[in-house]
Design a protein around this ligand. Structure first.
Ligand code: S3P
Length: 434
């Protein structure tokens, strides 16, 4: 999010919630990961894709604009989007602005690597500091032409699309759905079958959605994802984007820390790679129920969360299944009895902010005792006091500490970043008081 000189940043003053709540919420933001992919994958078809409940937040609207700049026809009516692709994507006259979105930038690298033309991807001041070598290196090794600041590690990135990317066998050193997706998108336009392996399964929306559209993508016995190049066009998408479990999790934490409270969050993706944090809440003693209702590309259903006394927990496995929820979990950890531990989470350091630093420096202001590690932190539960929170321009930090404000008053500085993923967050937060 850019600010102009003299422009006021929005701040929140959150008051303690003195009563219990029991609510059903059906207006939480749609899934960010799936919305980005809807915008991008629609161009692999030659027919119109119909997307309902597209996330109308800054990050995903940027991806939609980029697809439009590449020549697709986009009609949007609120959160209903129709995307009609064109056969040959056109070279845009201008730079492509991903805003704050790492997903947007990294996936577009893979997508554009084989498209005829020159493309410049840029973003806001936070995105321009995030590592892009993780996609630039493997893409270059198959013949892609990508450059940028710091030898292609930082945006603005410049891509000169090339035909005939080489097929590859790649075991990624980093477990990242963004790297995996970028490589899958490149492989779809490669000249032979490509194989991609990760140490641990990361979110698999790309594989599920592309398979649903007819792509030939299978995981073999050795754990390699085999990606066959496209033979023609894929089927269009016809999808209702589910609720984002990462956005919903803020209200799961609200219920978990507010005595006698309960929340029912409607129509969330229950993809196992996305609900790890809810499983952690369960291990902390909270009552969490998953009510699966349908399965279209992904399992979808409601999640019910009921307050119980919180116990400390160790989080060190399947980190990618809960990486985005760790800031919100740190609030529950601060209010749990005992010492909680987060390990193997060094990826937190390269998110929208250095989230280890952003979490512990703000918890410190709240009087929480902690130990910081390179790959995580230990939190001593039992204390959480009012403070003035620095969001570090990071939406998940701003929202996590806003939820903490339900327990003790909290002032959050620079909350505009929330618009990147969850524009009606404050409205829903305020509705807990009704
Ligand atoms: C995302 C993947 C994750 C996640 C991010 C969204 C995606 O990042 O943290 O918010 O949509 O693919 P990494 O793949 O870098 O771990």
């Amino acid at each position: 999010m850019g600010h102009f000189l003299g422009e006021e940043m929005e701040n929140f003053k959150i008051k303690r919630l003195d009563k219990a709540f029991d609510i059903e919420i059906d207006s939480i933001a749609s899934d960010k990961s799936i919305s980005h992919r809807c915008a991008m994958f629609s161009i692999f078809s030659n027919q119109t894709s119909y997307i309902k409940n597209f996330l109308t937040a800054e990050d995903t609207l940027n991806s939609l604009s980029i697809v439009e700049q590449l020549g697709a026809k986009v009609k949007r009516n609120g959160s209903s989007v129709e995307i009609t692709p064109i056969d040959n994507l056109s070279e845009p006259a201008d730079i492509l602005d991903c805003g704050n979105a790492g997903t947007g930038m990294r996936l577009f690298c893979g997508l554009l690597a084989s498209v005829d033309g020159a493309f410049t991807l840029t973003g806001d001041k936070y995105l321009k500091e995030r590592p892009m070598k993780r996609v630039a290196d493997p893409l270059r090794s198959i013949g892609a032409k990508i450059d940028g600041r710091e030898n292609g590690n930082k945006a603005p990135l410049f891509i000169r699309g090339v035909k005939n990317l080489k097929p590859f066998t790649y075991h990624s050193p980093v477990d990242s759905a963004q790297v995996k997706s970028a490589m899958i998108l490149a492989a779809l336009r490669g000249t032979g079958v490509s194989k991609y392996k990760e140490n641990e399964l990361t979110r698999d929306h790309t594989e599920r959605m592309l398979k649903g559209m007819g792509a030939d993508i299978e995981t073999d016995k050795e754990g390699f994802i085999n990606i066959h190049p496209l033979k023609g066009h894929l089927k269009p998408l016809n999808i209702t984007v589910p609720t984002d479990p990462s956005s919903a999790f803020f209200f799961a934490i609200a219920a978990a820390i507010t005595p006698n409270s309960r929340v029912l969050i409607k129509n969330v993706t229950l993809n196992p790679t996305r609900i790890g944090a809810y499983e952690v809440l369960k291990r902390m003693g909270v009552e969490v129920n998953f009510i699966e209702k349908e399965n279209i590309y992904e399992p979808i259903g409601d999640i019910e969360v009921k307050h119980k006394e919180l116990n400390a927990v160790v989080v060190e496995e399947h980190i990618s299944w809960l990486i985005d929820e760790l800031p919100a979990l740190s609030i529950a950890m601060s209010l749990a009895s005992g010492k909680s531990l987060v390990k193997n989470a060094k990826e937190l350091r390269v998110k929208e902010s250095d989230r280890i630093k952003a979490v512990v420096s703000n918890l410190k202001k709240c009087g929480v005792k902690y130990t910081e590690f390179e790959d995580g932190y230990e939190i001593v539960g039992g204390t959480l006091n009012k403070a003035i929170i620095n969001s570090h321009g990071d939406h998940r930090i701003a929202m996590s500490f806003s939820i903490a404000g339900l327990f003790c008053d909290m002032d959050i500085e620079d909350t505009d970043c929330i618009l990147t993923s969850f524009p009606n967050f404050k409205e829903i937060l305020d509705s807990l008081r009704n």
